[in-house]
Design a protein around this ligand. Structure first.
Ligand code: 4NP
Length: 139
């Protein structure tokens, strides 16, 4: 069974922190982390709306801090899980080719970026991520 899994999105403040929080609550025997292909939000807490939607479902992600995807991550993690096709392409550009086999998309349908949308988008995102992690087809 894999021991370390990294969730990646664009900003590491909306989708991947939620994925990390949900996965940690479901699989305590596995170590999870999250990162962004962009570094604009490094050091920041997850988006308030992500913190809120997780809190509503009894998951605390407020301690998480955004960080960029690192060149060395693929060596350390068994799987690198992205949210949409653009995300997967960006991840592959940022890591050595020999580790591309570790990259997966969380679900066959993309996890829509809720950043620029309304609050409803965050609940939809939460449910989509939760369902995908419950299915556990990729790790
Ligand atoms: P995330 O959402 O990739 O789910 O964290 C985004 C957050 C911030 C930005 C884009 C996407 N941004 O451009 O700042």
């Amino acid at each position: 069974m894999p021991k370390k899994i990294l969730f990646v999105c664009l900003g590491n403040i909306c989708r991947s922190p939620v994925a990390q929080g949900i996965a940690e609550s479901m699989y305590p025997e596995i170590e999870f982390d999250s990162a962004g292909t962009g570094s604009w939000h490094t050091g920041e807490q997850p988006d308030k709306r992500s913190i809120e939607v997780c809190k509503k479902h009894n998951i605390d992600i407020s301690h998480q801090r955004a960080r960029p995807l690192r060149f060395t991550d693929p060596k350390e993690f068994d799987f690198i899980i992205g949210m949409d096709l653009q995300n997967i392409a960006d991840i592959k550009k940022q890591i050595p080719e020999k580790y591309h086999y570790k990259v997966r998309m969380l679900d066959t349908s993309p996890i829509t970026d809720p950043y620029y949308g309304g609050k409803d988008g965050f609940e939809t995102m939460f449910q989509h991520i939760k369902k995908s992690i419950e299915k556990r087809e990729i790790f």
